[in-house]
Structure formats: C-alpha cells, structure tokens
Design a protein around this ligand. Structure first.
Ligand code: KG4
Ligand code: ZN
Length: 337
C-alpha cells in the first residue's frame, strides 16, 4: 500500500511517499526558516502564506523524485491537528482536493501520534515504550502502547522546551532556530559554569511534568554578567549551563517515568531530540534502551504522516471530506487522544 503524507502543521511544508508504513520511497521538506528568522520564531501568517505558495510544487517534486505516478497511490494522509490552524488548513485542503480528484481515501492524522510513530520507519520497535516528544510547540512524556494508544504521563506546565531554546537564543541574538545555535555554542562551554535553579512544581502538578519559564528567566538574568565578558560569563558557558539544566530536568523525569510504568525502551522525537547533549544524556543517564530517529525524522516531515496513515487505512479507518483541523488535541493530558 503506497501512501502519500502531507505535513504543514507549523513551518515545514513536507510531502513524502511511504510503502506499507515502513519503506520511505521519497520525500521533500521545504523549510521556511529564512522567512521566520528575522522574528526569532514562527509567524503564523507567514507560515500559512508560504504553505499556500509551495504546497503544489512540493507535491509535484516528491512525485518526480520518487518516480511514483499519481495512479499508483492508495491513500492521502495529512496532519489535521494539533498545530497552527492556518497552516493546517492549507495541507488539509490540498489533501482533500487530491483525494477527491484521484478518488482516493483521505486519512487525517494527529501530529503528535505521527512523531511518536516516526521511529518505526527505521527501527523494529515493540510496544509498549516510553515516548518523549520535544519540539518548538510540544514537550511531553508518554506511555505508548500502540500507534493510536498514547497516554501522556508528563508535559510542560508552561513553555515548550524548544520554545525556551528559541527565546533564549533570541534574547542573546544568537540566531534562529535557537536550539541549533545554542547546541553549537554549548559544545565549547562549561556546563557547570552556572547553576540554574531546578523548577519547582506545585501541588497538583504531575511528578513527571517539567517547567521552563523559571529557567528561562534565570538564564536571561545572567545577561548583566555576560556583558562584563569575564571568561566565566561567556555566552558559551551560559549556553552549556542552560542546556544542561533543560536536558537534565527532562532526562530525570524520563528515567522516573520509565521506572514507574515498567518500561525498558525510550523513543525520542521532535526537533530538540536532535540536541547533542540530550542524545548523550539519555543514553548514559537512564540505563534504558534508547531509540533515536535520524535527524530528518525527528523534525517535522511527511514520512511520519504517511507511515501512520498506513496504520489507519489498513484498518479501514479514513476521514470524510468534511475533515476539520484543530489547534489542539482535546483532552490529551490523561489519555491520548
Ligand atoms: O519538531 P520541530 O522541527 O518543529 C516543531 O516545533 O514542531 O522542532 C523545532 C524546535 C525548535 O525550537 C528548535 O530550536 C529546536 O527544535 N531544535 C533544537 C536543536 N535543533 C532544533 N533544540 C536543541 N538542540 C538542537 N540541536
Ligand atoms: Zn512537530
């Protein structure tokens, strides 16, 4: 079964073709980074406009480069939630038009479930495992029991971890995307130069929750020292110390959650899962079997959408042409979806 996957929930305009949910035949990811760089973050209006301009040519290029003809497709999968509504609408409208014109089933796919499914494209994975999704919009730890059986056991109570990287990088004018810039500088810095406070969770917060807004403020408050430019206060040391605090908080929650739910394998996804220190710490500090998708499958892509679409379609689960988009997945906190 050959499924086309369309991803447009944020700032990547991506289309991929996957056979039988496992074999990636081809993919195109058109990134809008240069258009959002001046704003140090994704501007929703710019994102949806660029998707509108690009989506058809990204689709055509994907077919050309894959050598697949339209009449060889068996279904059209598309991200319909959660994400930026304007951006989601472009992908979903395009997918509906394709499904209608080619008389193919349409499959609406949840972006978070797709990220947690992405590792199947490269690894033999057995359920259940602990899934960790770390991106610019999402920070969650989940018990994953199947392709549509995801129970969120911990999440950020304020900023997403990628958002914290991007905001701090924006504050120090390091460039965009901030995570990549901080990662580069942190490699040259001393992660023990600063002790940033661990976040305090409140009564009622879940023990596996994380928080980034206090850490962000603490880091920004180093600015005055940074201005003095003594070698201890170098931007490299601030980046390394922030990165350590941000990652250690997550990794300690992951280890505890795995123990609590009796899971031996952890699977990570999302742009922040590309972070060098995170990848090392997860492997060294948890004692768990760690599965990390390659970088192109960590960040937003159409392949994960097509692969998850296959799971739905092979069980006869498809959407109508009235498929709607949603900024959020309702009620994801305890049980997902
Ligand atoms: O999953 P993604 O491509 O897009 C969504 O947010 O959905 O994640 C993007 C996020 C950005 O916040 C970016 O700064 C962060 O991932 N990121 C990183 C690294 N590469 C990308 N954060 C830390 N270290 C990295 N190497
Ligand atoms: Zn994503």
């Amino acid at each position: 079964m050959t499924i086309l996957g369309i991803e447009s929930s944020c700032d990547e305009c991506a289309v991929a073709i996957v056979a039988d949910g496992r074999r990636l035949i081809g993919q195109v990811v058109a990134t809008q980074i240069e258009y959002h760089r001046p704003y140090s973050g994704v501007v929703p209006e710019i994102a949806s406009r660029k998707h509108t301009e690009w989506i058809e040519s990204v689709y055509r290029r994907c077919l050309d480069e894959s050598g697949v003809r339209q009449n060889e497709l068996d279904g059209i999968a598309v991200t319909c939630r959660p994400g930026l509504v304007g951006s989601l609408l472009v992908g979903v409208s395009f997918a509906k038009a394709l499904a209608y014109a080619l008389d193919l089933p349409l499959i609406g796919v949840d972006h978070i479930l797709a990220h947690l499914y992405a590792p199947h494209l490269e690894h033999e994975l057995e359920y259940p495992f602990l899934g960790v999704l770390l991106s610019g919009g999402h920070t969650l730890i989940a018990r994953v029991g199947g392709y549509d059986d995801v129970e969120v056991v911990g999440a950020t109570i304020d900023d997403a971890v990628g958002e914290a990287f991007d905001k701090i990088a924006g504050y120090f004018e390091l460039g965009y995307p901030g995570g990549v810039e901080i990662d580069k500088r942190a490699r040259r810095g001393d992660p023990r130069a600063y002790r940033f406070p661990a976040p305090r969770l409140h009564k009622g917060d879940h023990p596996f929750d994380v928080s980034y807004s206090g850490l962000k403020t603490a880091v920004v408050n180093q600015r005055e020292q940074f201005r003095d430019a003594s070698c201890d206060a170098s931007i490299e040391n601030i980046c390394a110390s922030f990165e350590r605090a941000a990652v250690d908080m997550l990794v300690s929650r992951v280890a505890k959650a795995a123990e609590r739910y009796g899971l031996q394998t952890v699977v990570a996804g999302g742009g922040v899962a590309a972070n060098t220190y995170f990848r090392e710490a997860l492997a060294h500090d948890t004692g768990l079997k760690v599965v990390l998708p390659s970088l192109g499958l960590c960040t937003d892509n159409g392949a994960m959408v097509a692969a998850l679409g296959y799971e739905h379609l092979s069980r006869g689960r498809c959407s109508g042409l009235d498929l709607d988009v949603s900024a959020r997945t309702p009620g994801y906190r305890r049980a997902y979806p």
